[in-house]
Design a protein around this ligand. Structure first.
Ligand SMILES: [Ca+2]
Ligand SMILES: [Ca+2]
Ligand SMILES: [Ca+2]
Length: 350
């Protein structure tokens, strides 16, 4: 219990004076000084703790924001790929029922086998020309006897606008300016921005300005993912194993699905299954892929010139088997960087 000052004895309430008061003053100053020193040290520690905590919080927030940003880029890329996949697959499906006019060489017997082979060759050539994935698919004329299709003529006109005329042939685009880096994405841009016969654009309306750019500076535009890297395109990727192409190399006709464009099984490999390196021509689906968060593709896009492949021109399975160093099949993974890629063989179409 605290007593009021009036309850203390008289001598206790008298003010200090003389030597007593000087000693008391010094004691009070020393105590205050000690208190101040203690207080100063405490403030510094406090400050350091606060700095550390703020630093940790800032890192955590930045890390979380970076993760969210990366996730948003991934989501945008998946949506883009799903959208492009729908467009490309519609066109791909149309080749099943595509009418083609084939011209047999003089003196060739016209039997079903020959006609089916001629039709398959023509369909594959039209796929190369209308779904190009490399410079030579656009630049090299048909070799199977089909006429250059309207879409391919449109691609060449756009190349002419973007690349200018060839110095040695002013009616042709200057393909020497078109670098092979990101050529799949550059072809994808041509496909998506092609005009239909009625003048409407095919898929360009759904491409935002931020989705296109020329990252390699060759004049040809690419389709860009959420990270600003080109989304690549491979029309035939026999080396790519996925949900859509699960079996890869097989030497028995089943259970993998056949090439849907060759129902009569006229591809030369069907005659040679028992003899290595025989294998079944299996269904191939266009591959549309982003490098993903790590920016690495690690997918072999090859150096195939399809108009000159064997055993037949425009062979979708070029270099498939046996594997030869330097000519691995198109679509095969060539490094761990392919693991985080986004692509249309697994992306859920929403
Ligand atoms: Ca290029
Ligand atoms: Ca380019
Ligand atoms: Ca990657």
């Amino acid at each position: 219990m605290i007593r009021p000052a009036s309850q203390f004895p008289e001598q206790d309430r008298r003010p200090l004076s003389g030597p007593d008061s000087a000693v008391a003053a010094v004691s009070i100053r020393m105590a205050a000084s000690r208190m101040a020193a203690v207080r100063a040290a405490f403030t510094l520690v406090e400050l350091m703790v606060v700095v550390v905590i703020v630093g940790m919080l800032a890192s955590a927030v930045l890390f979380a924001m970076y993760g969210l940003l990366d996730e948003a880029k991934g989501d945008r890329t998946k949506t883009q790929i799903a959208r492009i996949d729908r467009f490309i697959m519609d066109r791909w499906e149309s080749f099943r029922t595509r009418q083609v006019r084939v011209t047999l060489a003089a003196g060739t017997a016209s039997n079903p086998q020959v006609l089916n082979q001629a039709r398959l060759n023509a369909i594959r050539e039209l796929m190369r020309l209308e779904l190009p994935d490399r410079v030579t698919d656009v630049a090299v004329d048909p070799v199977s006897g089909v006429a250059l299709p309207t879409l391919a003529r449109g691609y060449r006109r756009k190349c002419f606008l973007l690349l200018g005329p060839d110095p040695s042939n002013s009616s042709k685009p200057n393909y020497s300016r078109w670098s092979t880096s990101h050529e799949g994405s550059e072809c994808l841009f041509l496909i998506l921005t092609a005009l239909n016969e009625d003048g409407s654009s095919a898929a360009a309306d759904s491409l935002a300005p931020s989705e296109t750019g020329d990252t390699d500076g060759d004049g040809m535009l690419e389709v860009l993912d959420g990270w600003g890297k080109p989304i690549e395109f491979i029309r035939w990727a026999p080396g790519f194993f996925s949900d859509r192409q699960p079996f890869g190399i097989v030497t028995a006709p089943l259970p993998n699905p056949d090439d849907p464009f060759d129902p009569a099984r006229v591809d030369p490999r069907w005659k040679n299954l028992a003899t290595p390196p025989g294998y079944c021509p299996f269904a191939l689906y266009p591959l549309i892929f982003s490098a993903g968060p790590d920016g690495l593709y690690d997918i072999n896009t090859g150096t195939v010139i399809y108009a000159a492949t064997t055993p037949v021109a425009n062979d979708p399975y070029a270099f498939m088997f046996p594997y030869v160093a330097g000519t691995e099949p198109v679509g095969v993974s060539i490094g761990g960087g392919s693991a985080d890629n986004f692509h249309n063989h697994w992306v859920e179409v929403e």
